[in-house]
Write a protein that binds this ligand. Structure first.
Ligand code: G1P
Ligand code: ZN
Length: 547
Protein backbone atom coordinates (compact mmCIF):
# COMPACT_ATOMS: atom_id res chain seq x y z
CA UNK A 1 0.00 0.00 0.00
CA UNK A 2 1.51 3.29 -1.05
CA UNK A 3 0.97 6.39 0.99
CA UNK A 4 1.00 9.85 -0.46
CA UNK A 5 1.33 13.10 1.42
CA UNK A 6 -0.78 15.85 -0.07
CA UNK A 7 0.08 19.49 0.63
CA UNK A 8 -2.53 22.23 0.72
CA UNK A 9 -3.20 25.56 2.41
CA UNK A 10 -5.18 25.18 5.63
CA UNK A 11 -8.91 25.83 5.85
CA UNK A 12 -9.89 28.20 8.58
CA UNK A 13 -13.57 27.28 8.86
CA UNK A 14 -13.68 23.71 10.04
CA UNK A 15 -15.06 24.33 13.51
CA UNK A 16 -17.76 21.76 14.35
CA UNK A 17 -21.09 23.26 15.44
CA UNK A 18 -23.88 21.82 17.60
CA UNK A 19 -23.51 18.52 15.80
CA UNK A 20 -20.42 18.24 13.62
CA UNK A 21 -19.20 20.25 10.66
CA UNK A 22 -21.95 21.26 8.24
CA UNK A 23 -21.56 23.16 4.99
CA UNK A 24 -23.10 23.34 1.57
CA UNK A 25 -22.35 20.12 -0.30
CA UNK A 26 -20.51 21.93 -3.07
CA UNK A 27 -18.31 23.61 -0.53
CA UNK A 28 -17.52 20.24 1.03
CA UNK A 29 -16.66 18.90 -2.41
CA UNK A 30 -13.86 21.38 -3.00
CA UNK A 31 -10.44 19.82 -3.26
CA UNK A 32 -8.86 18.75 0.07
CA UNK A 33 -11.77 19.98 2.20
CA UNK A 34 -13.09 16.66 3.49
CA UNK A 35 -9.63 15.12 3.73
CA UNK A 36 -8.49 18.09 5.80
CA UNK A 37 -11.24 17.53 8.34
CA UNK A 38 -10.55 13.78 8.50
CA UNK A 39 -6.83 14.33 8.99
CA UNK A 40 -7.49 17.01 11.62
CA UNK A 41 -9.84 14.65 13.45
CA UNK A 42 -7.33 11.82 13.30
CA UNK A 43 -4.59 14.12 14.63
CA UNK A 44 -6.88 15.28 17.42
CA UNK A 45 -7.85 11.72 18.31
CA UNK A 46 -4.14 10.91 18.59
CA UNK A 47 -3.84 13.57 21.31
CA UNK A 48 -6.54 11.92 23.43
CA UNK A 49 -5.69 8.26 22.88
CA UNK A 50 -2.82 6.10 23.92
CA UNK A 51 -2.11 2.45 23.28
CA UNK A 52 -3.37 0.42 20.44
CA UNK A 53 -6.50 2.30 19.44
CA UNK A 54 -5.41 1.91 15.82
CA UNK A 55 -6.07 -1.83 16.17
CA UNK A 56 -9.67 -1.24 17.26
CA UNK A 57 -12.30 -0.77 14.58
CA UNK A 58 -13.06 2.64 13.11
CA UNK A 59 -16.68 2.75 12.00
CA UNK A 60 -17.95 4.70 8.99
CA UNK A 61 -21.60 5.27 8.14
CA UNK A 62 -23.79 7.97 6.71
CA UNK A 63 -27.34 9.06 6.12
CA UNK A 64 -27.14 8.28 2.41
CA UNK A 65 -27.26 11.85 1.16
CA UNK A 66 -25.51 13.06 -1.97
CA UNK A 67 -21.69 12.71 -1.66
CA UNK A 68 -22.04 9.97 1.00
CA UNK A 69 -20.36 7.30 -1.13
CA UNK A 70 -17.51 9.47 -2.34
CA UNK A 71 -16.85 10.76 1.15
CA UNK A 72 -16.68 7.20 2.50
CA UNK A 73 -14.01 6.28 -0.07
CA UNK A 74 -11.98 9.33 0.92
CA UNK A 75 -12.22 8.52 4.62
CA UNK A 76 -11.14 4.92 4.04
CA UNK A 77 -8.03 6.13 2.21
CA UNK A 78 -7.02 8.75 4.76
CA UNK A 79 -7.67 6.33 7.64
CA UNK A 80 -5.60 3.58 6.00
CA UNK A 81 -2.76 6.00 5.42
CA UNK A 82 -2.86 6.98 9.08
CA UNK A 83 -2.47 3.43 10.28
CA UNK A 84 -6.00 2.31 11.15
CA UNK A 85 -5.95 -1.47 11.00
CA UNK A 86 -9.64 -2.27 10.97
CA UNK A 87 -12.04 0.01 9.13
CA UNK A 88 -15.70 -0.96 9.31
CA UNK A 89 -18.00 0.48 6.64
CA UNK A 90 -21.77 0.01 6.68
CA UNK A 91 -22.91 -1.88 3.58
CA UNK A 92 -24.44 0.60 1.08
CA UNK A 93 -22.89 3.33 3.21
CA UNK A 94 -26.19 3.93 4.96
CA UNK A 95 -26.26 3.64 8.72
CA UNK A 96 -28.32 5.87 10.94
CA UNK A 97 -26.67 7.94 13.65
CA UNK A 98 -28.03 5.79 16.52
CA UNK A 99 -27.15 2.71 14.44
CA UNK A 100 -23.56 3.90 14.13
CA UNK A 101 -23.45 4.55 17.85
CA UNK A 102 -24.67 1.01 18.47
CA UNK A 103 -22.00 -0.46 16.19
CA UNK A 104 -19.20 1.59 17.79
CA UNK A 105 -20.25 0.31 21.22
CA UNK A 106 -20.91 -3.29 20.21
CA UNK A 107 -17.68 -3.63 18.23
CA UNK A 108 -15.60 -1.79 20.86
CA UNK A 109 -14.46 0.60 18.16
CA UNK A 110 -12.13 3.51 18.87
CA UNK A 111 -14.68 5.80 17.27
CA UNK A 112 -16.36 6.55 14.00
CA UNK A 113 -17.08 9.05 11.28
CA UNK A 114 -20.74 9.88 10.64
CA UNK A 115 -21.58 11.52 7.35
CA UNK A 116 -24.71 13.49 7.93
CA UNK A 117 -26.28 16.90 7.97
CA UNK A 118 -29.18 15.38 9.89
CA UNK A 119 -32.52 16.92 8.92
CA UNK A 120 -31.06 19.44 6.45
CA UNK A 121 -31.95 18.78 2.80
CA UNK A 122 -29.47 16.83 0.71
CA UNK A 123 -28.10 17.19 -2.81
CA UNK A 124 -25.41 19.07 -4.67
CA UNK A 125 -27.14 22.41 -3.90
CA UNK A 126 -27.94 21.56 -0.29
CA UNK A 127 -26.12 20.39 2.78
CA UNK A 128 -23.49 17.90 3.78
CA UNK A 129 -21.97 17.22 7.16
CA UNK A 130 -19.52 15.10 9.07
CA UNK A 131 -18.93 14.39 12.71
CA UNK A 132 -16.62 12.24 14.74
CA UNK A 133 -17.94 10.02 17.52
CA UNK A 134 -15.75 8.67 20.29
CA UNK A 135 -15.41 5.18 21.74
CA UNK A 136 -18.50 5.47 23.94
CA UNK A 137 -20.50 5.82 20.71
CA UNK A 138 -21.40 9.44 21.34
CA UNK A 139 -20.50 12.70 19.62
CA UNK A 140 -17.03 13.94 20.43
CA UNK A 141 -17.20 16.28 23.42
CA UNK A 142 -16.27 19.93 23.07
CA UNK A 143 -12.62 19.44 24.08
CA UNK A 144 -12.23 17.03 21.16
CA UNK A 145 -14.18 19.12 18.63
CA UNK A 146 -12.14 22.16 19.61
CA UNK A 147 -8.94 20.14 19.20
CA UNK A 148 -10.10 19.11 15.72
CA UNK A 149 -10.70 22.75 14.87
CA UNK A 150 -7.29 23.78 16.24
CA UNK A 151 -5.61 21.04 14.21
CA UNK A 152 -7.48 21.97 11.05
CA UNK A 153 -6.40 25.61 11.21
CA UNK A 154 -2.73 24.61 11.16
CA UNK A 155 -2.97 21.63 8.86
CA UNK A 156 -0.93 21.86 5.65
CA UNK A 157 -0.85 18.23 4.60
CA UNK A 158 -2.77 15.01 4.87
CA UNK A 159 -1.94 11.41 4.15
CA UNK A 160 -3.82 9.25 1.72
CA UNK A 161 -3.39 5.63 0.68
CA UNK A 162 -3.28 5.17 -3.07
CA UNK A 163 -5.58 2.18 -3.24
CA UNK A 164 -8.61 1.30 -5.35
CA UNK A 165 -12.12 2.12 -4.14
CA UNK A 166 -13.73 -0.51 -1.94
CA UNK A 167 -17.04 -1.99 -3.10
CA UNK A 168 -19.23 -0.80 -0.25
CA UNK A 169 -22.35 -2.43 -1.67
CA UNK A 170 -21.09 -5.95 -0.96
CA UNK A 171 -20.58 -7.43 2.50
CA UNK A 172 -17.02 -8.70 2.85
CA UNK A 173 -13.42 -7.86 3.68
CA UNK A 174 -10.55 -6.39 1.70
CA UNK A 175 -6.97 -6.43 2.98
CA UNK A 176 -4.61 -3.56 2.35
CA UNK A 177 -1.24 -4.73 3.68
CA UNK A 178 -1.95 -5.57 7.31
CA UNK A 179 -5.09 -3.43 7.39
CA UNK A 180 -8.59 -4.73 6.89
CA UNK A 181 -11.57 -2.89 5.44
CA UNK A 182 -14.75 -4.69 6.45
CA UNK A 183 -18.09 -3.93 4.81
CA UNK A 184 -20.73 -5.07 7.31
CA UNK A 185 -24.47 -5.60 7.42
CA UNK A 186 -25.81 -2.40 8.94
CA UNK A 187 -28.90 -4.03 10.42
CA UNK A 188 -27.36 -6.63 12.72
CA UNK A 189 -25.82 -4.90 15.76
CA UNK A 190 -28.43 -2.19 16.05
CA UNK A 191 -31.30 -4.68 15.85
CA UNK A 192 -29.70 -6.69 18.67
CA UNK A 193 -29.40 -3.60 20.85
CA UNK A 194 -33.07 -2.71 20.35
CA UNK A 195 -34.11 -6.33 20.85
CA UNK A 196 -32.40 -6.33 24.24
CA UNK A 197 -34.64 -3.46 25.38
CA UNK A 198 -38.03 -4.12 23.84
CA UNK A 199 -40.32 -7.11 24.05
CA UNK A 200 -40.57 -7.84 20.33
CA UNK A 201 -42.93 -10.78 20.97
CA UNK A 202 -45.42 -8.59 22.78
CA UNK A 203 -45.21 -5.96 20.03
CA UNK A 204 -45.67 -8.58 17.32
CA UNK A 205 -48.79 -9.85 19.10
CA UNK A 206 -50.05 -6.27 19.30
CA UNK A 207 -49.81 -5.88 15.51
CA UNK A 208 -51.35 -9.30 15.03
CA UNK A 209 -54.36 -8.17 17.02
CA UNK A 210 -55.02 -5.37 14.59
CA UNK A 211 -52.91 -2.42 15.71
CA UNK A 212 -52.14 -0.08 12.81
CA UNK A 213 -49.43 2.46 12.25
CA UNK A 214 -47.65 4.48 9.60
CA UNK A 215 -43.93 5.15 9.80
CA UNK A 216 -42.55 7.76 7.41
CA UNK A 217 -38.84 7.17 6.94
CA UNK A 218 -38.58 10.23 4.67
CA UNK A 219 -36.26 8.45 2.20
CA UNK A 220 -33.55 8.55 4.80
CA UNK A 221 -31.31 6.34 6.92
CA UNK A 222 -34.00 4.76 9.13
CA UNK A 223 -35.87 3.29 6.14
CA UNK A 224 -34.10 -0.09 5.87
CA UNK A 225 -33.93 -0.73 9.62
CA UNK A 226 -37.52 0.41 10.23
CA UNK A 227 -38.76 -1.95 7.51
CA UNK A 228 -36.66 -4.73 8.98
CA UNK A 229 -37.90 -4.31 12.54
CA UNK A 230 -41.47 -3.03 12.14
CA UNK A 231 -42.56 -5.06 9.13
CA UNK A 232 -40.30 -8.11 9.09
CA UNK A 233 -39.75 -8.77 12.81
CA UNK A 234 -42.89 -7.28 14.36
CA UNK A 235 -45.08 -8.33 11.46
CA UNK A 236 -46.81 -5.01 10.79
CA UNK A 237 -48.64 -4.95 7.46
CA UNK A 238 -46.48 -4.34 4.38
CA UNK A 239 -46.64 -0.64 3.58
CA UNK A 240 -46.60 0.36 7.25
CA UNK A 241 -43.16 1.86 6.67
CA UNK A 242 -43.26 4.27 3.76
CA UNK A 243 -40.52 6.09 1.88
CA UNK A 244 -38.16 3.46 3.22
CA UNK A 245 -35.58 3.64 0.42
CA UNK A 246 -32.82 6.15 1.21
CA UNK A 247 -32.34 8.68 -1.61
CA UNK A 248 -29.43 11.10 -2.09
CA UNK A 249 -31.82 14.06 -2.09
CA UNK A 250 -34.42 12.55 0.28
CA UNK A 251 -36.89 12.77 -2.58
CA UNK A 252 -36.42 16.53 -2.71
CA UNK A 253 -37.80 17.03 0.80
CA UNK A 254 -36.43 18.26 4.11
CA UNK A 255 -35.95 15.01 5.99
CA UNK A 256 -37.15 16.72 9.15
CA UNK A 257 -39.92 14.97 11.08
CA UNK A 258 -42.06 17.88 12.15
CA UNK A 259 -45.53 19.16 11.35
CA UNK A 260 -44.27 21.21 8.43
CA UNK A 261 -41.94 18.83 6.63
CA UNK A 262 -43.73 15.53 7.35
CA UNK A 263 -46.83 16.94 5.73
CA UNK A 264 -47.98 13.75 4.05
CA UNK A 265 -47.99 11.94 7.38
CA UNK A 266 -49.73 14.85 9.10
CA UNK A 267 -52.44 14.85 6.44
CA UNK A 268 -52.96 11.13 6.85
CA UNK A 269 -53.18 11.33 10.63
CA UNK A 270 -55.75 14.12 10.39
CA UNK A 271 -57.80 12.23 7.79
CA UNK A 272 -60.64 9.74 8.15
CA UNK A 273 -58.33 6.85 7.27
CA UNK A 274 -55.69 7.53 9.89
CA UNK A 275 -53.99 4.51 11.46
CA UNK A 276 -53.79 4.38 15.26
CA UNK A 277 -50.23 5.62 15.45
CA UNK A 278 -48.03 7.77 13.23
CA UNK A 279 -44.29 8.36 13.41
CA UNK A 280 -41.44 9.75 11.36
CA UNK A 281 -37.70 10.10 11.66
CA UNK A 282 -35.12 12.39 10.12
CA UNK A 283 -32.24 12.14 7.64
CA UNK A 284 -29.89 10.28 9.96
CA UNK A 285 -32.56 8.65 12.09
CA UNK A 286 -31.90 10.30 15.42
CA UNK A 287 -35.01 12.48 15.50
CA UNK A 288 -38.59 11.34 15.80
CA UNK A 289 -42.10 12.70 15.61
CA UNK A 290 -44.94 10.95 17.41
CA UNK A 291 -48.57 11.34 16.31
CA UNK A 292 -51.93 9.91 17.25
CA UNK A 293 -55.16 10.32 15.34
CA UNK A 294 -55.54 14.09 14.99
CA UNK A 295 -53.00 14.43 17.78
CA UNK A 296 -49.44 15.79 17.84
CA UNK A 297 -47.18 14.86 20.73
CA UNK A 298 -44.86 17.70 21.57
CA UNK A 299 -41.31 16.33 21.99
CA UNK A 300 -41.12 17.59 25.57
CA UNK A 301 -44.30 15.71 26.41
CA UNK A 302 -43.04 12.63 24.61
CA UNK A 303 -39.90 12.66 26.75
CA UNK A 304 -41.96 13.08 29.92
CA UNK A 305 -44.37 10.29 29.00
CA UNK A 306 -41.53 7.90 28.12
CA UNK A 307 -39.72 8.70 31.39
CA UNK A 308 -42.96 8.21 33.31
CA UNK A 309 -43.95 4.93 31.65
CA UNK A 310 -40.58 3.29 30.96
CA UNK A 311 -40.43 1.15 34.09
CA UNK A 312 -43.96 -0.19 33.76
CA UNK A 313 -44.16 -0.62 29.98
CA UNK A 314 -40.67 -1.31 28.59
CA UNK A 315 -38.78 -4.47 29.50
CA UNK A 316 -35.31 -2.92 29.31
CA UNK A 317 -36.21 -0.30 31.92
CA UNK A 318 -38.27 -2.46 34.28
CA UNK A 319 -35.79 -1.81 37.09
CA UNK A 320 -36.41 1.93 36.80
CA UNK A 321 -34.32 4.81 35.52
CA UNK A 322 -31.12 6.11 37.08
CA UNK A 323 -32.06 9.69 36.26
CA UNK A 324 -33.22 11.89 33.40
CA UNK A 325 -31.73 14.80 31.47
CA UNK A 326 -32.97 17.38 29.02
CA UNK A 327 -31.44 20.26 27.15
CA UNK A 328 -32.14 23.66 28.67
CA UNK A 329 -34.67 24.92 26.07
CA UNK A 330 -36.64 21.65 26.30
CA UNK A 331 -39.97 21.81 28.11
CA UNK A 332 -39.69 21.15 31.81
CA UNK A 333 -42.42 18.50 31.70
CA UNK A 334 -39.89 15.75 32.40
CA UNK A 335 -38.70 17.56 35.54
CA UNK A 336 -42.10 16.92 37.11
CA UNK A 337 -41.83 13.20 36.39
CA UNK A 338 -38.33 13.13 37.88
CA UNK A 339 -39.56 14.90 40.99
CA UNK A 340 -42.48 12.51 41.43
CA UNK A 341 -40.22 9.48 41.02
CA UNK A 342 -37.37 10.86 43.10
CA UNK A 343 -34.96 10.85 40.14
CA UNK A 344 -32.14 13.30 39.44
CA UNK A 345 -32.88 15.60 36.54
CA UNK A 346 -30.08 17.35 34.65
CA UNK A 347 -30.37 20.46 32.50
CA UNK A 348 -27.70 20.66 29.79
CA UNK A 349 -26.92 22.95 26.86
CA UNK A 350 -28.42 22.20 23.44
CA UNK A 351 -26.77 19.26 21.66
CA UNK A 352 -26.61 15.56 22.42
CA UNK A 353 -22.90 15.66 23.19
CA UNK A 354 -23.66 17.05 26.65
CA UNK A 355 -25.53 13.91 27.72
CA UNK A 356 -22.57 11.57 27.10
CA UNK A 357 -20.73 12.14 30.36
CA UNK A 358 -23.92 11.82 32.40
CA UNK A 359 -24.84 8.55 30.76
CA UNK A 360 -21.29 7.16 31.01
CA UNK A 361 -21.34 7.94 34.73
CA UNK A 362 -24.69 6.21 35.16
CA UNK A 363 -26.37 9.44 36.23
CA UNK A 364 -29.21 9.33 33.71
CA UNK A 365 -30.94 6.72 31.60
CA UNK A 366 -33.36 8.71 29.48
CA UNK A 367 -32.59 12.07 27.82
CA UNK A 368 -34.31 14.37 25.41
CA UNK A 369 -34.37 17.61 23.49
CA UNK A 370 -37.26 19.68 22.25
CA UNK A 371 -35.94 19.26 18.70
CA UNK A 372 -37.63 15.88 18.30
CA UNK A 373 -34.78 14.06 20.00
CA UNK A 374 -35.25 11.34 22.59
CA UNK A 375 -32.98 8.53 23.60
CA UNK A 376 -31.43 6.50 26.36
CA UNK A 377 -28.13 5.06 27.48
CA UNK A 378 -28.46 2.03 25.15
CA UNK A 379 -26.44 4.16 22.71
CA UNK A 380 -24.91 7.63 23.00
CA UNK A 381 -27.03 9.37 20.38
CA UNK A 382 -30.67 10.24 20.28
CA UNK A 383 -32.59 7.49 18.63
CA UNK A 384 -35.72 7.94 16.53
CA UNK A 385 -36.60 4.27 16.16
CA UNK A 386 -36.05 3.71 19.87
CA UNK A 387 -38.60 6.44 20.65
CA UNK A 388 -41.09 4.82 18.28
CA UNK A 389 -40.58 1.43 19.96
CA UNK A 390 -41.03 3.10 23.37
CA UNK A 391 -44.37 4.49 22.25
CA UNK A 392 -45.40 1.19 20.71
CA UNK A 393 -44.62 -0.52 24.01
CA UNK A 394 -46.61 2.07 25.98
CA UNK A 395 -49.54 1.78 23.57
CA UNK A 396 -49.43 -2.02 23.71
CA UNK A 397 -49.29 -2.15 27.51
CA UNK A 398 -51.82 0.54 28.35
CA UNK A 399 -54.24 -0.20 25.50
CA UNK A 400 -54.94 3.53 25.40
CA UNK A 401 -54.71 5.79 22.37
CA UNK A 402 -51.82 8.23 21.90
CA UNK A 403 -54.11 11.15 22.84
CA UNK A 404 -55.42 9.38 25.93
CA UNK A 405 -51.90 8.63 27.14
CA UNK A 406 -50.83 12.26 26.84
CA UNK A 407 -54.04 13.67 28.31
CA UNK A 408 -53.80 11.28 31.23
CA UNK A 409 -50.24 12.50 31.74
CA UNK A 410 -51.35 16.15 31.72
CA UNK A 411 -54.13 15.44 34.19
CA UNK A 412 -51.63 13.88 36.55
CA UNK A 413 -48.76 16.35 36.22
CA UNK A 414 -50.18 19.50 34.66
CA UNK A 415 -49.20 20.70 31.22
CA UNK A 416 -46.38 22.77 29.80
CA UNK A 417 -47.80 24.53 26.77
CA UNK A 418 -44.80 24.77 24.49
CA UNK A 419 -43.73 26.07 21.11
CA UNK A 420 -40.47 26.70 19.31
CA UNK A 421 -40.43 29.42 16.67
CA UNK A 422 -37.62 29.34 14.13
CA UNK A 423 -36.79 32.58 12.37
CA UNK A 424 -34.66 31.35 9.50
CA UNK A 425 -32.37 32.89 6.91
CA UNK A 426 -31.71 36.05 8.93
CA UNK A 427 -28.79 38.24 8.03
CA UNK A 428 -25.89 37.35 10.32
CA UNK A 429 -24.97 40.79 11.55
CA UNK A 430 -28.36 41.99 12.78
CA UNK A 431 -29.01 38.55 14.27
CA UNK A 432 -25.80 38.76 16.27
CA UNK A 433 -26.66 42.32 17.21
CA UNK A 434 -30.07 41.32 18.58
CA UNK A 435 -28.44 38.69 20.77
CA UNK A 436 -25.65 41.03 21.89
CA UNK A 437 -28.11 43.76 22.85
CA UNK A 438 -30.33 41.35 24.67
CA UNK A 439 -27.36 39.95 26.52
CA UNK A 440 -26.28 43.45 27.55
CA UNK A 441 -29.75 44.32 28.78
CA UNK A 442 -30.28 41.22 30.90
CA UNK A 443 -29.83 42.84 34.33
CA UNK A 444 -32.26 45.64 33.50
CA UNK A 445 -34.94 43.24 32.27
CA UNK A 446 -35.67 41.83 35.70
CA UNK A 447 -38.89 43.36 36.97
CA UNK A 448 -40.06 44.34 33.48
CA UNK A 449 -43.26 43.05 31.94
CA UNK A 450 -43.24 40.42 29.20
CA UNK A 451 -46.85 40.30 28.03
CA UNK A 452 -48.97 39.50 31.04
CA UNK A 453 -46.02 38.20 33.06
CA UNK A 454 -43.17 39.87 34.90
CA UNK A 455 -39.58 38.80 34.27
CA UNK A 456 -38.20 37.45 37.53
CA UNK A 457 -34.80 36.32 36.25
CA UNK A 458 -32.84 36.84 33.05
CA UNK A 459 -29.55 35.17 32.25
CA UNK A 460 -27.38 33.52 29.63
CA UNK A 461 -27.27 29.81 30.38
CA UNK A 462 -23.95 28.43 31.48
CA UNK A 463 -23.35 24.76 32.22
CA UNK A 464 -20.75 23.11 34.36
CA UNK A 465 -20.48 19.45 33.53
CA UNK A 466 -20.90 17.58 36.83
CA UNK A 467 -18.50 14.85 35.74
CA UNK A 468 -15.50 16.64 34.23
CA UNK A 469 -16.26 20.19 35.46
CA UNK A 470 -15.90 21.64 31.97
CA UNK A 471 -17.82 24.88 31.54
CA UNK A 472 -19.92 25.79 28.49
CA UNK A 473 -21.14 29.35 28.57
CA UNK A 474 -23.43 31.52 26.40
CA UNK A 475 -25.76 28.61 25.73
CA UNK A 476 -29.01 30.51 25.36
CA UNK A 477 -30.71 33.50 26.93
CA UNK A 478 -33.45 32.76 29.42
CA UNK A 479 -36.22 35.14 30.34
CA UNK A 480 -37.91 33.52 33.29
CA UNK A 481 -41.25 34.73 34.64
CA UNK A 482 -41.72 33.02 37.96
CA UNK A 483 -42.29 29.29 38.08
CA UNK A 484 -44.68 29.03 35.19
CA UNK A 485 -43.50 30.98 32.19
CA UNK A 486 -40.21 31.00 30.32
CA UNK A 487 -38.81 32.25 27.02
CA UNK A 488 -35.44 31.07 25.68
CA UNK A 489 -33.62 32.72 22.81
CA UNK A 490 -30.58 31.34 20.99
CA UNK A 491 -28.97 31.16 17.59
CA UNK A 492 -28.82 27.81 15.86
CA UNK A 493 -25.45 26.09 15.62
CA UNK A 494 -26.37 23.74 12.78
CA UNK A 495 -27.38 26.05 9.95
CA UNK A 496 -25.33 26.54 6.81
CA UNK A 497 -26.76 29.83 5.58
CA UNK A 498 -27.26 33.13 7.43
CA UNK A 499 -28.56 32.87 10.98
CA UNK A 500 -31.51 31.01 12.44
CA UNK A 501 -32.92 32.43 15.62
CA UNK A 502 -34.81 29.97 17.77
CA UNK A 503 -37.26 31.28 20.32
CA UNK A 504 -38.71 28.75 22.73
CA UNK A 505 -41.89 29.64 24.61
CA UNK A 506 -43.41 27.70 27.44
CA UNK A 507 -46.13 28.17 30.01
CA UNK A 508 -47.21 25.81 32.71
CA UNK A 509 -50.81 25.14 33.77
CA UNK A 510 -51.27 22.92 36.79
CA UNK A 511 -54.81 22.12 35.73
CA UNK A 512 -55.00 20.80 32.24
CA UNK A 513 -57.95 22.49 30.59
CA UNK A 514 -57.25 21.56 26.98
CA UNK A 515 -56.68 25.13 25.84
CA UNK A 516 -55.09 25.85 22.48
CA UNK A 517 -51.34 26.27 22.68
CA UNK A 518 -51.42 29.38 20.44
CA UNK A 519 -53.91 31.03 22.80
CA UNK A 520 -51.83 30.25 25.84
CA UNK A 521 -48.60 31.62 24.37
CA UNK A 522 -49.82 34.34 21.99
CA UNK A 523 -49.33 37.25 24.34
CA UNK A 524 -45.80 36.28 25.27
CA UNK A 525 -44.90 35.67 21.64
CA UNK A 526 -45.99 39.20 20.70
CA UNK A 527 -44.22 40.75 23.67
CA UNK A 528 -40.98 38.86 23.01
CA UNK A 529 -40.85 39.88 19.36
CA UNK A 530 -41.37 43.49 20.39
CA UNK A 531 -38.68 43.26 23.02
CA UNK A 532 -36.24 41.92 20.42
CA UNK A 533 -37.42 44.50 17.86
CA UNK A 534 -37.68 41.70 15.30
CA UNK A 535 -39.60 43.77 12.76
CA UNK A 536 -37.19 46.67 12.90
CA UNK A 537 -34.15 44.45 12.67
CA UNK A 538 -35.27 42.00 9.99
CA UNK A 539 -38.17 43.66 8.22
CA UNK A 540 -40.63 40.98 9.32
CA UNK A 541 -41.20 38.97 12.45
CA UNK A 542 -43.14 35.90 11.38
CA UNK A 543 -41.37 32.62 12.17
CA UNK A 544 -40.67 30.23 9.28
CA UNK A 545 -41.32 27.07 11.23
CA UNK A 546 -43.31 26.55 14.41
CA UNK A 547 -42.92 23.22 16.19
C1 G1P B 1 -30.42 21.62 16.55
C2 G1P B 1 -31.33 21.34 17.73
C3 G1P B 1 -30.58 20.58 18.78
C4 G1P B 1 -29.99 19.30 18.19
C5 G1P B 1 -29.16 19.64 16.95
C6 G1P B 1 -28.68 18.39 16.24
O1 G1P B 1 -29.34 22.43 16.94
O2 G1P B 1 -31.84 22.53 18.27
O3 G1P B 1 -31.44 20.27 19.85
O4 G1P B 1 -29.18 18.64 19.12
O5 G1P B 1 -29.94 20.40 16.04
O6 G1P B 1 -29.74 17.59 15.81
P1 G1P B 1 -29.30 24.02 16.69
O7 G1P B 1 -29.55 24.23 15.22
O8 G1P B 1 -30.46 24.58 17.49
O9 G1P B 1 -27.97 24.47 17.18
ZN1 ZN C 1 -30.63 14.04 12.90
Amino acid sequence: MEIETIKFSPFKDQRPGTSGLRKKTKYFMQEHYLESFIQAAINAVRLFNQGDYLQAPLVIGGDGRYYNDQAIQKIIKVALANGYQHIMVACTGVLSTPGTSAVIRTQKASGGFLLTASHNPGGMEHDFGIKYNIANGGPAPEKVTEAIYAQSKELTEYKVATVADVDINKIGETMFGSARVEVFDALVDYTKVLESLFDFEMLAAFFKNGFTMRFDAMHAATGPIAKHIIERILGAAPGTVVRANPLPDFGGLHPDPNQVHAKELMDLMWSGSAPMFGAASDGDGDRNMILGQKFFVSPGDSLAVIADQAASCIRGYSKGLSGVARSMPTSRAVDLVAKAQGLSCYETPTGWKYFGNLMDAGRCTVCGEESFGTGSDHVREKDGLWAVLCWLSILAKTKLSVAEIVQRHWRKYGRYYYQRHDHEGLALEPANEVIAKLRASLPSLVGQKLGAFTISAADDFSYTDPIDSSVSSKQGIRLICGEDERVVIRLSGTGTEGATMRIYYERFCARYEGAKVEDMLGDTVRATKELLKMKEMFGHDEPDVIT
